[in-house]
Design a protein around this ligand. Sequence first.
Ligand SMILES: [Zn+2]
Length: 290
Amino acid sequence: MEEIKPGVWIIHGENRGRFPFAHSLYLKGEHRALVDTGAGRGLLQLAGKVDRVYLSHYHRDHVAANSLFAGASFSIHPLDAPGLLSVEGFYRLTGLRGIGQPYWDTLNQKGFEATFAAGRHREGDRIDLGGLTLRVLHTPGHTPGHCAFLVEEYGLLFAADIDLSTFGPWYGNVSSDPEQLEESVQRLRMLKARVVVTSHSKPVTADIDRKMERYAAVIEQRHEMIYELLRRGAMTLERLIDLKPIYRRHPEPVSVYRFFEGMMLKKHLTILQNRGAVDYAGEEKLYHAR
Ligand SMILES: [Zn+2]
């Protein structure tokens, strides 16, 4: 683990924090708190030494080692709690029921494990850890209850899966919302954070505003790319998925990545339809540019 500010450590996720791992944040004031439990082996040293666990959202790569902290109190945003508490809630929020086992394979997990999460955090909560203060920022879109956390004393933002990666924003669940996600990124820009730690990339200390702007802009670029594809010829959703405009490649298990590609495409197509840029001919199942 790396002390990034006095009393604040990054627990680096295995595989450089790439899925199915994620970086965690450990904070030691009078209370000892952990944000997310997806870092893998690096968390073993903290077993039994954490009083409170705050979860940025319900995704399994952020909650994988919850059972390691059985003595701690857990907290999650109310909108994401169903995805943590029951397999039904998880499938309802993700839409992954039909490809359950291939999905668990991507995580090297057997299946869904419920976590008892008694606590809920919400927008604007200021969590006093005794010497360190965590402010909760509800930043929906990736998931409905996705939250970022600001360590107020340092202007240090843990942005979770608003991860400023070159891939761009991710909204591949049935309950994800790219327009909300774009607003959430714009909101984080307003904070003028001095350091941004994310779940899957290196900490950012320079050009934060420009990097956030560029990250948010990927959503609009995808709209344009999909529109351009349809301008060349009408297409079914399946054909669009074959072209992989968002992922570029679909690793094994292919069914899972096709699902995510299709889900993200559908969200773009709905928005493009609402803008009047794309029409859908239901009988032929064809999308075409106007
Ligand atoms: Zn996530």
